[in-house]
Design a protein around this ligand. Structure first.
Ligand SMILES: Nc1ncnc2c1ncn2[C@@H]1O[C@H](COP(=O)(O)OP(=O)(O)OP(=O)(O)O)[C@@H](O)[C@H]1O
Ligand SMILES: [Mg+2]
Length: 404
């Protein structure tokens, strides 16, 4: 009997809910052992947060791991507050971190989180850098090495950049530059004592590129997280089926994989969850090839799939100003409707070459499109199908416009 696996459709997973990725974990850990700072890169839902959490869990005996989530942050001070809070579970660090903020001192562990947040913000007012430096000093001085996992860093940088609406402002650029430069300097200063790992659900590189800050993360080693290969995805489906006692014969498994093509772990879990719920509704815990096809059309491409797609649309709106976001949507709709986005269609939709280059850069980096012989295509057939179903109807293709 193989392993059993509990499903999880949405939140990060670790421990017994974490599937596969052994070689990713091994090479990621090796980078950390060698003292590298790592930039973890992958399109949406590939399992970046899960990988960081699982690596942290496994290396915890050797390193002090701090996990900082900047999803809700909007200022650099917020990042330092989150970093301080991440130190709280480490009893041996608390008091010294408390000392950095004199008004808190030894009460660091006793104060309720909400009150602590307010006190930290008060203490940081006007000068987050000095306090941030002192805090990193405490971590670097610790008997074990420290790893600081920073999730959703690009979201915070992006918010700093776009202080007013969706356009990048000079003040925003200065604020973003200050934070990334501080991070880069800290990473250099504490090399060998602290390792930084940065990631996020939008790509950092396109965000920095738009602000002209590309070089600021040069000291970080890029680490690409690929989709699951078919063996891993197959193993996951069988382990899920085994746990829920769903009869999932080999042809049905192969059909799921063929339908997905590109095995984003979240899509694999979603697909399983749908075929299982479908089987339960039918009152027979067995799933055939035709069940898979029906579930794909009715469920995967249905409202749950659309909720997932909404998230992707919303993330694109985050990194692009309103006008560019519309152009990017035009490129994606054209790709979905025409199967491939040819250079001439792309130029029809986005007239300015520099803007077209930038948009295709974002769409490629964040895993929407990839360049093939006949033009750009959706990386994931599922996302292409979602896009066509959702936006294809309203899209007037380049051919229909009579341009082609
Ligand atoms: N190693 C894994 N084992 C099992 N399921 C996984 C694994 N990695 C990811 N998943 C699935 O993908 C979902 C999302 O995982 P996670 O939040 O780690 O991805 P992410 O890349 O950080 O996503 P986002 O782009 O939204 O930040 C999980 O809820 C789970 O369904
Ligand atoms: Mg994530």
């Amino acid at each position: 009997m193989g392993r059993k696996l509990k499903r999880e459709v949405g939140n990060w997973v670790s421990g017994d809910r974490f599937w596969g990725r052994e070689s990713d974990i091994a090479s990621f850990t090796q980078f950390l052992d060698e003292g590298a700072h790592v930039l973890l890169i992958a399109p949406r839902r590939m399992g970046k947060t899960s990988l960081m959490r699982e690596v942290a869990r496994r290396i915890e005996p050797r390193f002090t791991c701090l996990f900082v989530d900047l999803e809700r942050g909007s200022t650099a001070a917020d990042a330092i507050v989150e970093l301080s809070l991440a130190a709280r579970p480490h009893a041996n660090l608390g008091e010294r971190i408390g000392d950095v903020f004199r008004s808190i001192g030894s009460r660091f562990h006793e104060i309720q989180v909400d009150e602590l947040k307010i006190k930290l913000h008060d203490a940081l007012a006007g000068d987050w850098q000095t306090k941030g430096d002192r805090m990193l000093g405490v971590l670097a001085d610790h008997d074990r090495g420290a790893v600081i996992f920073i999730d959703e860093l690009p979201i915070l940088i992006n918010r700093l950049l776009r202080t007013e609406g969706s356009r990048i402002t000079p003040a925003g650029r200065a604020a973003a530059d200050q934070l990334v430069s501080w991070l880069r300097a800290a990473a250099q200063r504490h090399q060998g004592h602290i390792r930084f790992v940065a990631s996020g659900s939008i790509g950092l590189a396109p965000v920095l590129r738009q602000a002209g800050l590309s070089a600021t993360m040069n000291g970080f080693t890029p680490f690409d997280l690929d989709p699951w290969d078919w063996d891993t995805a197959r193993g996951c489906l069988l382990a899920l089926a085994s746990n829920y006692e769903l009869e999932l014969p080999a042809p049905a498994v192969s059909r799921i994989l063929a339908r997905l093509g590109f095995c984003v772990p979240h899509h694999v879990q979603m697909f399983f969850s749908h075929v299982y719920e479908d089987a339960r509704r039918r009152g027979a815990l067995v799933c055939t090839v035709s069940d898979v096809d029906r579930v794909y059309e009715e469920r995967m491409l249905g409202s749950r799939g659309h909720a997932e797609l909404d998230h992707m649309v919303e993330r694109l709106r985050l990194v692009l100003d309103a006008e560019r976001a519309e152009l990017a949507f035009g490129l994606l709709s054209e790709t979905a409707v025409a199967e491939a986005l040819t250079p001439s269609s792309a130029r029809m939709i986005v007239k300015e070459p520099a803007v077209l280059r930038e948009l295709l850069g974002v769409l490629e980096h964040d895993g929407y499109l990839r360049l093939e012989d006949d033009g750009y295509r959706f990386v994931s057939g599922l996302v292409g199908d979602w896009w066509r179903k959702r936006f294809g109807f309203e899209h007037v293709s380049v051919e229909q416009r009579g341009y082609a």
